[in-house]
Design a protein around this ligand. Structure first.
Ligand SMILES: Cc1cc2nc3c(=O)[nH]c(=O)nc-3n(C[C@H](O)[C@H](O)[C@H](O)COP(=O)(O)O)c2cc1C
Length: 221
């Protein structure tokens, strides 16, 4: 049975746009008539990795095994588990918010720990190369050409750099902007556009889920 790895990084459950778009994608994927799929989830938004994991996973392996601290042992084991989750999946859903004009710190921490694992170390053969992935990004404001903050999105390019260029995944990107319009009085006039963005993102997610189901079924045949 094909397996999907889904990663959520929103720090909220209720009202999370990335989670709801990922839910649409997942629902379309599992309900498509192409056989069963299993979904393994990791929620780094609500259950972040320990902030000390990265340093321990970076430096632990340099210490002789019998001298490693319990924290180093735990962090190395964590890196192994995270790498296993990636390697064991056939396809991926990454649901990643935009925070403070940049990336989710929890996603950055997760990537940092994964990159300490020998299978994902720089220079290693990329084991997950070419596998299908969906990157779902939600931004509260708007950052397109002509907007006052065009050029201020310092998050999405890095998400893509990691997934497309470092891990060489075959990434479909679903972006949803203006998610703060409904709750921000100053964005009132943008609410129509925001609703349209959201509806388009859900439609893209549903299409993407169906397409992914077909791709996985074809690979399994
Ligand atoms: C702490 C915090 C910081 C944020 N910073 C920004 C920001 O710099 N620019 C922006 O456009 N939206 C910002 N947002 C809004 C989020 O990008 C938006 O709410 C998005 O929908 C978050 O994903 P989620 O709905 O899955 O939680 C921020 C939200 C939070 C909670």
């Amino acid at each position: 049975m094909p397996s999907i790895f889904r990663l959520d990084a929103s720090i909220r459950q209720d009202g999370s746009v990335t989670r709801s778009i990922a839910d649409s994608l997942e629902a379309a994927l599992v309900s498509a008539d192409h056989g069963e799929v299993s979904v393994t989830r990791r929620d780094i938004g609500l259950s972040p990795l320990p902030a000390t994991a990265w340093a321990n996973a970076v430096f632990g392996p340099y210490a002789p095994e019998d001298t490693r601290t319990p924290e180093q042992q735990d962090s190395i084991a964590l890196a192994t588990r995270l790498a296993d989750e990636l390697v064991e999946a056939d396809a991926y859903i990454f649901a990643l918010p935009f925070y403070n004009f940049g990336v989710s710190q929890h996603f950055k921490a997760w990537v940092d720990v994964v990159l300490t694992e020998p299978r994902f170390a720089p220079g290693a053969d990329v084991l997950i190369k070419g596998r299908p992935a969906h990157l779902i990004v939600a931004r509260g404001g708007g950052y397109g050409p002509g907007t006052p903050r065009h050029g201020w999105d310092h998050g999405t390019a890095w998400y893509r750099r990691v997934l497309e260029d470092i891990w060489m995944l075959d990434v479909q990107v679903i972006e949803c902007e203006l998610t703060l319009a409904d709750s921000t009085p100053a964005m009132e006039e943008l609410r129509g556009m925001a609703a349209e963005n959201l509806s388009n993102a859900h439609a893209s997610a549903a299409d993407g889920g169906k397409r992914l189901a077909r791709t996985l079924a074809a690979k399994a045949a």
